[in-house]
Design a protein around this ligand. Structure first.
Ligand code: BTX
Length: 327
């Protein structure tokens, strides 16, 4: 895999140019046959690589792909996404991580062009059409108490929201705990799952689904869902988004792991909150309670002023939040 990533990096750095098998074999210190063999594997993986007799190999720009070789060269992280597992199609990237469990290394990112059984919270479905969005899972092995696991959702929400704002320039908001919204419609959902014992996390999976270039949603979700392309009227390069999100995610994650605090994350979550200082319904099973969101605590929980005048701290757990005026 390392060799193939290197081949792609060299071809990508000199796009438009033919590079001979001889030069590649010299640069990568392997035989020309090995180069030829790996170019063929890359083609099977989906890369378009031209080869012309006596000239060599040339990569055909593939704008609409999240192939690892396309991402690795642009990544500016130390650990997150340094190992990328890519699928054209899969049931769910979160489920893949669960199946592999501890066989995966910390920081591995699993990406698929489509999910056939993409999942939201509480068994809900997540529409993940081919090539139109970013459907990925970040696999982590943090040494933190299991109760702190929900903080990873806040870290991911802060990373996605601030990156979309910076890269695309639209004023997305975070609907605590796990959605990124624009104009009241869902642009991104986050599903954090973990395998843990009482006092130890085996691993944690942060699943991120972002509607990037989707133009049409099914009837079931067309009232609640939107995409970046719908909002700005043009398609967006998913590679730039993925690599930037992973960079910000790593910064906020390291901050948390090293300093033990998520101050920066919470500051972002508060600045771009869709529900702070708003009245919302807290839905837990069959019970619905109304209250005013007065703060997001340093732990990433909601501090609410309930209808009966009492203050209450709400942890993300199994609650749904509905704004009184819609989403
Ligand atoms: P959620 O339970 O908060 O939201 C799910 C609800 O959102 C659905 O019931 C539906 O109403 C609506 N919905 C479904 N698909 C979409 C969509 N594409 N855009 C907007 N709204 C939609 C949110 O759960 C968490 C979603 C995480 C998805 C990622 S993708 C990678 C990873 N793998 C996986 O299976 N899930 C995660």
């Amino acid at each position: 895999i390392i060799l193939r990533n290197d081949i792609i990096e060299i071809l990508n750095n000199r796009k438009g140019e033919f590079i001979s098998g001889e030069e590649l074999s010299y640069l990568l210190k392997v035989s020309r046959t090995a180069i030829w063999k790996h170019i063929n594997i890359l083609r099977k993986e989906g890369y378009e690589i031209e080869s012309v007799h006596k000239k060599g190999y040339r990569i055909v720009e593939n704008y609409n792909s999240l192939l690892p070789g396309e991402l690795i060269g642009r990544l500016q992280t130390q650990t997150i996404g340094r190992n990328i597992i890519y699928f054209e199609s899969i049931d769910s990237t979160n489920d893949y991580c669960k199946q592999k469990g501890n066989d995966l290394s910390h920081g591995t990112v699993v990406i698929s062009e489509e999910q056939l059984l993409g999942r939201g919270r509480l068994g809900r479905a997540w529409a993940s059409p081919k090539g139109e969005g970013i459907w990925m899972s970040i696999f982590l092995k943090p040494h933190i108490p299991p109760l702190e696991g929900t903080k990873l959702t806040q870290i991911a929400a802060a990373a996605v929201c601030s990156t979309i704002r910076n890269v695309v320039g639209i004023d997305t908001l975070i609907k605590w705990p796990n959605d990124i919204v624009f104009n009241g419609k869902k642009l991104c959902g986050i599903l954090t799952e973990m395998s843990a014992e009482l006092n130890e996390i085996h691993y944690l999976i942060v699943g991120v689904g972002i509607n990037v270039n989707t133009l049409y949603f099914s009837e079931e979700i067309s009232d609640v869902a939107t995409s970046i392309a719908v909002e700005i009227g043009k398609t967006v390069d998913r590679k730039t988004l993925v690599t930037n999100i992973l960079k910000v995610f790593e910064e906020l994650y390291e901050d948390f792991i090293i300093k033990g605090s998520i101050k920066k994350t919470i500051a972002i979550c508060k600045e771009f909150s869709a529900i702070l200082n708003k009245k919302v319904n807290i839905i837990r099973g069959n019970s619905i309670k109304e209250g005013l969101v007065i703060d997001i605590t340093e732990e990433g929980n909601l501090l609410m002023l309930m209808e009966n005048g009492e203050k209450e701290v709400i942890q993300s757990g199994e609650v749904s939040v509905r704004g009184l005026n819609g989403y």
